[in-house]
Design a protein around this ligand. Structure first.
Ligand code: CUA
Length: 247
């Protein structure tokens, strides 16, 4: 049984988001939260680059300094400056960082809820708002791959979610620690046995989004990937009603 709907035959590669060998930075964002995280990353990297350049220059010039000025014993002024300046710089990193931290924790009146349970070694999903819709997703093994499959990344049953909708994701585990993530959406939550973790998601474009279990969970840790299909609301409704009739 294949539950995937839109891109059953050929994945829509131009719209899909995954890490490839050319990905040296973050993946393109597929949610407003990830967009903000990328802005924050670039902001921090710019500050970091400036500091590294300045410190390298100072260390370089210190290396060639012969220290022959006998009047240079102390300077309260310069010590005040190089104590306060880093504090101000840290402030400009800490404030946007905390803003994002609390923004990511917020859940805005979600329209639907998706629950996932991590197992050794597959994910199972439950669409709690609908009756009796639950399924497992396993990685497609090498010998069953099609020409369009992504090795170690594609699954047999993709989860389908509507875009431009507030979604509540509920994450837990049945055996050991796992971690559910989709990097392009900026979400990652530990799946912990005996604990329900929740997070809010909002997808802002259609496509296929890939993730992998992100907590060392045993022998097949690398082989329990996550694939999400982001579709229009109408497409999602027909997909879920199709599933309801089947069950
Ligand atoms: Cu499940 Cu790593």
């Amino acid at each position: 049984m294949n539950l995937s709907f839109m891109y059953k035959e050929k994945p829509f590669i131009s719209n899909s988001t995954m890490a490839t060998w050319m990905t040296l930075s973050l993946q393109d964002s597929s949610s407003p939260m990830m967009e903000q995280l990328i802005f924050f990353h670039d902001h921090t990297l710019l500050i970091l680059t400036t500091i590294v350049a300045l410190v390298s220059y100072l260390m370089g010039s210190l290396f060639f300094n012969t220290n022959i000025n006998r009047n240079l014993l102390e300077s309260q002024t310069i010590e005040m400056i190089w104590t306060i300046t880093p504090a101000i710089i840290l402030f400009f990193i800490a404030v946007p960082s905390l803003r994002l931290l609390y923004l990511m924790d917020e859940i805005n009146n979600p329209a639907i809820t998706l629950k996932t349970v991590g197992h050794q070694w597959y994910w199972s999903y439950e669409y709690s708002d609908f009756s009796n819709i639950e399924f497992d997703t396993y990685m497609i093994p090498l010998n069953e791959m099609e020409d369009s499959s992504f090795r170690l990344l594609d699954v047999d049953n993709r989860i389908v979610l509507p875009m431009n909708t507030h979604i509540r994701m509920i994450v837990t585990a049945a055996d050991v620690l796992h971690s559910w993530t989709i990097p392009s959406m900026g979400v990652k939550v530990d799946a912990t046995p005996g604990r329900l973790n929740q997070m809010g998601m909002l997808i802002n474009r259609p496509g296929l989004f890939y993730g992998q279990c992100s907590e060392i969970c045993g022998a097949n840790h690398s082989f329990m990937p996550i694939v999400m299909e982001s579709v229009k609301t109408n497409t999602f409704i027909s997909w879920i009603s199709h599933l309801s009739e089947a069950s």
